[in-house]
Design a protein around this ligand. Structure first.
Ligand code: ZN
Length: 491
């Protein structure tokens, strides 16, 4: 097993209340250490999946529902004790799953499902869409025959599954990420405005600064995005300043956890790669991106624990070489994208056994950016402070040094929203700057662990690596224009 990935975890038992609370405390520290890079754009507002209410001055309360799950084996009718939000379906097919549907990534080789409606009775049979066949680097030989699908099943009360003849090992897990018992977290109230000014770290990472730099480009795009989005007045209160080291800055002591006092900017740590110092007074954030950190979208960090040790599975880091874009094939017009991110997290972490969510970043239709795979409490999403990328699980065999960015939704036939596309460009711009990638160029990727090589676009789509429709035909067809937009912004 390559060292790039943590051991495959067993399915953890439901965490104890005590464990949840202790993790909640860690989450608050992680949030605080994120500094002003953490600034939700459009937190979930439907129902009470992740609810924000006023807390003591400078804080707010986050209510996060525990994910409910019920696993059954076989294909007959099943009815969990809760409304179903998502179904995680797995089975093994004979012949390596190389049927026309599986190969093209359009259907799961003839598998179909029908849902029992709230009002009783079943809907019609629907083929299971494959989605993004994300995978770890250490996928066992022959595992290509394993199918795994996460599908939306809005408020269904039951389901019945059909799989191709000869399929075995059928396991279906029903998930509900919206109505379980809530955890209550108190977190610093961060603002979006502070994050928008956070660009010096990017300049440091890219080795350039000043007008025309990637940092300036990110600032310009971010400002444009901000002007186009309504800002919640509830978020415009305290303005903590960042304390963490810029990405790719000289290695230094880790910043202390805890909220940074408003108005205490502090000079950025010494930067060895920047020809010019970070502008005085600007906020030296990591990637210059505002995003929903894991605690804000409701990541249950107990899912990342090795039940044998109570400690998180180890993470590995490598220099960033390439970026890969995905779509999640979750429902479009998603009323509760944070709940969807929690479902993907559960699917990847528990049902797939990858120790965490496979992607580094996710983007919803409103353009909100979600921190994906856990990479530390240093405030650099997807990275550690020296600029190395945490190894994800999104392109099997090619994960080390490969940053995964997933757009929520099904983009086989639908283009991303303008807001999602804009956020994608922002993320790509920041990542290209941070890793010195030419957005319209190609790279010779080499997996430093497994040794796999591939020449691909620096901004690639999942289908550039393997036979899959991901990131969807329509999204894939827009990547050229996004690459050009990022390149122009870098000029
Ligand atoms: Zn994908």
């Amino acid at each position: 097993m390559p060292a790039a990935d943590p051991p495959r975890p067993h399915h953890p038992a439901a965490p104890s209340r005590r464990r949840v609370l202790s993790l909640a405390g860690a989450g608050v520290g992680g949030w605080a250490a994120l500094g002003l890079a953490a600034a939700p754009v459009a937190a979930s507002t439907a129902g009470v999946p992740v609810a924000f209410t006023a807390g003591p001055a400078g804080t707010r309360v986050v209510l996060i529902p525990q994910t409910l799950s019920a696993t059954s084996k076989g294909t007959g009718p099943a009815a969990p004790a809760f409304r179903i939000g998502y179904l995680a379906v797995r089975w093994s097919a004979p012949g390596g799953g190389t049927g026309p549907g599986a190969a093209a990534g359009t259907e799961s080789a003839g598998a179909a499902i029908r849902l029992r409606q709230v009002k009783g009775g079943y809907g019609s049979w629907s083929p299971l869409a494959v989605g993004c066949p994300a995978e770890r680097d250490d996928r066992p030989a022959g595992a290509s025959s394993a199918h795994a699908v996460l599908m939306g099943a809005t408020t269904a009360t039951g389901y019945e599954l059909r799989v191709p003849q000869g399929a075995s090992g059928v396991v279906v897990t029903a998930l509900n990420t919206t109505s379980g018992p809530c955890r209550r977290l108190m977190v610093p109230d961060l603002t979006a405005q502070a994050a928008l000014a956070a660009v010096a770290g990017l300049a440091a990472a890219a080795g350039v600064a000043g007008p025309g730099s990637p940092a300036a480009a990110v600032a310009g795009l971010a400002a444009a995005a901000a002007s186009a989005e309504p800002r919640s007045p509830a978020r415009a209160r305290s303005v903590p300043r960042p304390r963490h080291a810029p990405l790719a800055a000289a290695a230094g002591p880790a910043p202390a956890a805890g909220p940074a006092p408003a108005g205490e900017g502090g000079a950025p740590p010494s930067v060895s790669t920047a020809p010019t110092a970070a502008p005085t007074g600007s906020a030296p954030s990591a990637l210059g991106l505002r995003y929903l950190p894991r605690v804000a979208w409701g990541a249950d960090e107990s899912l990342r624990l090795n039940p044998a040790t109570g400690q998180p599975w180890p993470t590995t880091y490598h220099p960033g070489q390439v970026i890969t874009v995905h779509h999640t094939v979750t429902p479009n017009d998603d009323p509760d994208p944070a709940a969807t991110v929690r479902a993907i997290y559960h699917f990847h972490t528990v049902e797939r056994g990858w120790a965490d969510i496979g992607y580094h970043f996710l983007i919803d239709e409103a353009g909100s950016l979600y921190e994906g795979r856990w990479s530390g409490t240093d405030g650099v999403p997807g990275h550690r402070p020296d600029g190395q990328v945490v190894t994800g699980a999104h392109v099997g065999g090619f994960n080390a040094g490969n940053v995964g960015v997933a757009l929520l939704g099904d983009h086989r036939n639908r283009a991303p929203t303008a807001a999602a596309r804009r956020s994608l460009a922002l993320v790509l711009l920041a990542l290209c700057g941070a890793h010195s990638l030419n957005p319209v160029g190609s790279v010779d990727y080499l997996n430093p662990v497994g040794g796999a090589r591939r020449r691909v676009s620096a901004i690639s789509g999942h289908r550039d690596w393997m036979a899959t429709e991901c990131p969807g035909a329509v999204l894939y067809s827009t990547l050229d224009s996004v690459r050009l937009e990022v390149a122009r912004a870098l000029l």
